[in-house]
Design a protein around this ligand. Structure first.
Ligand code: CA
Length: 616
């Protein structure tokens, strides 16, 4: 009885005493860090919603850690510390002493050990196939997180631009469906918090750079999903956005400095003209609008030339890599942020994690403009991006156009040939991420006029030519949305929601055609996984004749021959032209039909069909 009383008396007094002197920070970012990082400088943001932090001095007495600089900014709610975390520092709780006049308190900052799991962060390459999922639209594994207090938007599944309730649990629950298909790597549209009032489902208006949107799940659930993927030999690519943020980002609501975002006397939109960046005749007017204009009213443009925000963003990337063990990043709107900052960002990320994969979205149908952004490009202005991979929009365009045209000098399958013939523009075209469609365009099946033969032919091309293929969820289910009715390209997977009348994650829930598509893709993808000749082999192709396009992949003793017939009739071709690739090989195995081909002198290919031959 006595003890209880004592505690009852003492505890409130202690709390009271603490409250007087210690401002409980609203935010500390990054919330923790690691010892043993190659870059030993650490910038920590301290924020208090109400308190004035400008008068505080900070000191540290911890072996291997020192304060290099304390930085006050316009907004007194913020204080920044630049720390040196040397290689001698040990993991532990680092006491940071804050003092202002008679007020003083200690903040314990956690330094963790870097992960020692070997090959935890693998990057991605042409042996992988990426599978893009819009998390809000794939599967709702947890209805309890659909509508949460503190979030502007809850679930309204009937609204095309509303949130539908899909989440990380939904993805985790369907990993069998995904891995049976044969893809190796997940790319999720951004999963960080988007507590926006409108259209928050797509994820590109981040309101908290350090937190998974609670309506998708928690940071811990995200890590668990990645570990589950890794355990299956699959990888995770995180979609990131550092060109802009949501206007309800907590930073935006109480900016540390006005200069953290680009300010204009009146709303100024980006001109979205990526060509300005590499244009030798660019005007400052256009450049300013392109780089500094806002992406939308709800997406303020981040100023990467603010040194504190620049470091904040780079550290945020490193934090997600080390914290979650992601294998790569797909960076949104790559040409939009400050160009030199992007080079610094990529360079510093790869300096810390050399095997890490990064692909930049350069959404233009122009090979030189896409090539400009790949590391190693010989650019007239000397720009070096340090970016390993670019998204290959020109090849997508060639596929979607060429498969719908009759053959001609430049039309039909010649578009594939011509586009690849200009690969000299890319320092490493085999690192380009290639694709048929994504969340920002009409579904591939729609583009193919819902023609199953064309559908298969484009897939065969994508999965046997050079590059790192990416598929968009729902392709295997023959989703056929038209981008002019925008939300139809971001449909829910039937069966992903409790109570759905059909379940297309299962064979019995799919139509005959859907099973045909799924099985076809699965056969092709599972085969590709085991074929370094496809991911690394030399590509040799021949000028299309009569809209028949032939190419070979060769690696060591292995040769794969692909013949694409873009005609509405069967075509028979004599193979003398291909002697340099056929060499002494005289028989083959048709990969998809498993038939053996005894005579390679003359090959017949059915109408609008591609065949893959493994030569013996
Ligand atoms: Ca949910």
């Amino acid at each position: 009885m006595k003890k209880i009383l004592l505690v009852w008396v003492l505890v409130p007094q202690l709390l009271l005493a603490q409250k007087k002197t210690k401002p409980e920070f609203t935010r500390v970012e990054p919330a923790f860090w690691w010892v043993g990082m190659k870059n030993t400088e650490l910038q920590v943001l301290f924020y208090h919603r109400e308190a004035n932090l400008s008068g505080y001095e900070a000191s540290i007495n911890y072996a291997g850690v020192s304060i290099k600089e304390k930085i006050n900014v316009e907004n007194p709610h913020y204080l920044f510390l630049k720390l040196e975390v040397s290689s001698a520092a040990q993991a532990g709780m680092l006491p940071i002493q804050f003092k202002a006049g008679k007020k003083s308190f200690t903040y314990l900052y956690e330094l963790k050990n870097k992960s020692t799991t070997p090959n935890r962060i693998q990057g991605f390459n042409s042996s992988d196939v990426l599978y893009l999922i819009m998390p809000d639209r794939f599967a709702n594994g947890d209805t309890k997180n659909d509508s949460l207090p503190g979030f502007y938007q809850g679930v309204h599944r009937h609204e095309p631009f509303g949130r539908h309730g899909g989440d990380l649990k939904g993805i985790s629950d369907h990993l069998d469906f995904i891995s049976d298909l044969g893809v190796t790597t997940l790319w999720l549209n951004p999963i960080l918090e988007n507590n926006q009032k409108r259209e928050s489902y797509h994820g590109y208006a981040i309101t908290d750079f350090y937190k998974v949107d609670a309506r998708f799940g928690s940071n811990e659930e995200y890590v668990a999903l990645i570990e589950k993927c890794h355990a299956r030999g699959m990888k995770m690519v995180q979609d990131m956005v550092i060109n802009h943020m949501g206007n309800y980002n907590w930073l935006m609501l109480d900016l540390p400095e006005k200069s953290w975002v680009h300010q204009f006397p009146e709303f100024t939109r980006s001109n979205y003209r990526s060509e300005v960046i590499s244009d030798p005749y660019q005007s400052n007017y256009d450049l300013n609008k392109m780089s500094n204009g806002w992406f939308d009213y709800t997406m303020p443009d981040i100023n990467q030339n603010n040194p504190l925000f620049a470091t904040y963003l780079i550290q945020n990337t490193l934090w997600w890599i080390e914290y979650a063990g992601i294998d790569g990043i797909r960076m949104d709107t790559y040409p939009y942020p400050d160009r030199d900052f992007m080079a610094r960002w990529a360079k510093e990320v790869l300096a810390e994690y050399p095997k890490f994969g990064i692909v930049g979205e350069v959404l233009v149908n122009s090979k030189p403009m896409v090539g400009y952004w790949q590391n190693g490009a010989i650019n007239r202005d000397g720009y070096q991006s340090h970016l390993p991979s670019v998204i290959d929009f020109p090849l997508t365009n060639a596929i979607n156009t060429g498969l719908n045209e009759n053959g001609s000098w430049e039309g039909g399958l010649a578009r594939l040939y011509t586009t690849l013939s200009q690969d000299f523009i890319y320092p490493d075209a085999n690192r380009n991420v290639t694709f048929l469609d994504n969340h920002d365009m009409s579904r591939y099946y729609f583009n193919m006029g819902r023609d199953m033969n064309k559908f298969k032919m484009g897939l065969i091309f994508l999965l046997t030519t050079r590059g790192i293929p990416q598929l968009y969820y729902g392709t295997e289910l023959l989703m056929d949305g038209n981008y002019s009715i925008h939300p139809t390209v971001r449909m829910d997977v039937p069966g992903g929601w409790p109570g759905d009348p059909i379940n297309q994650f299962t064979r019995t829930g799919r139509t005959k055609e859907q099973n045909e598509a799924y099985d076809f893709m699965s056969r092709l993808l599972q085969w590709r996984k085991t074929k370094p000749v496809i991911s690394q082999g030399k590509l040799t192709h021949f000028i299309p004749e009569d809209n028949v396009y032939v190419y070979f992949r060769t690696l060591g003793e292995e040769t794969v021959m692909v013949v694409m017939n873009g005609n509405d009739k069967p075509m028979t071709l004599k193979t003398d032209r291909y002697a340099e690739c056929l060499k002494e090989k005289s028989t083959a195995r048709n990969v998809l039909t498993k038939e053996s081909v005894q005579n390679l002198k003359e090959i017949t290919v059915p109408a609008m069909t591609a065949i893959i031959l493994e030569l013996n």
